[in-house]
Design a protein around this ligand. Structure first.
Ligand code: ZN
Length: 246
């Protein structure tokens, strides 16, 4: 996969040159958190200061401010974040990975198994290619895909669809859905990772990062890391207005 390989190259270059490292890498790493190395911190500070100069010093209608990362829970209650700052997720029952519902088809399109399947079926190919793929590459890349588990049954379901990818008439979701469909023939969404048909039901994942505020756990208040950068300027609007226009 071209994009994935490019990203891997960039990450390893950044690490070698001391720009950025995965946080806590020495203990196996903490996902989605990063530490800046000697060049990285300089680059980050330069970008930050160039942005500040252009957007704060360079304009008459903007004032600078910096809000604490923790805010009173009532702020998030009033803004609606506590109630609705959630994303629908789907969990694959086979490989137990979580996927955001709105990005799932992009993930399938960019997955190793679909890329391989697409390349195999490029041009005018009949179902024997599909069968061969299911028994070789498919087995390695998407072991839980229905096409891999029951190739003959699945191929009979998709026999009425085009046996090629690409072109204006190509309906990606229908085609891939049929590939992952079970014996009942209903198109399902395959897991981008292992190909297993995903459940219809999604779950809501709360995107708020909560922590406890106070010296003792029992009496501590539940607070949240600011999930929206802009909130600081809203809750401080009157303070800033009063301080600049007494
Ligand atoms: Zn899976």
């Amino acid at each position: 996969m071209v994009i994935y390989n490019l990203m891997e190259k960039i990450v390893s270059l950044c690490k070698r040159r001391g720009f950025i490292f995965q946080s806590s890498e020495i203990y196996g790493g903490l996902s989605n958190t990063w530490d800046y190395g000697p060049f990285g911190v300089e680059l980050k500070n330069n970008v930050k200061s160039a942005w500040w100069k252009a957007n704060v010093y360079g304009r008459d209608d903007i004032l600078g401010m910096d809000a604490a990362i923790l805010m009173h829970p009532k702020v998030w209650e009033a803004s609606g974040h506590l109630k609705s700052f959630k994303d629908p997720f789907i969990k694959c029952p086979a490989c137990l990975q979580f996927f955001r519902l709105d990005t799932i088809w992009d993930k399938i399109w960019n997955s190793d198994w679909f890329t391989s399947l697409r390349e195999t079926m490029m041009g005018d190919k009949d179902s024997s290619y599909l069968l061969r793929w299911a028994k070789t590459e498919g087995k390695k890349l998407a072991p839980n895909l229905n096409l891999v588990k029951e190739p003959e049954v699945t191929i009979s379901w998709i026999a009425d669809l085009h046996h090629k990818f690409g072109g204006v008439e190509f309906d990606f979701k229908t085609y891939v859905g049929r590939i992952a469909c079970s014996r009942d023939g209903i198109a399902r969404t395959p897991c981008p990772n292992c190909g297993n048909p995903l459940p219809e039901e999604s779950m809501a994942a709360n995107l708020m990062f909560e922590t406890l505020f106070g010296p003792v756990k029992e009496t501590a208040q539940k607070v949240y890391l600011r999930p929206e950068t802009a909130q600081g300027m809203f809750v401080n609007f009157l303070n800033i207005l009063d301080s600049k226009h007494p």
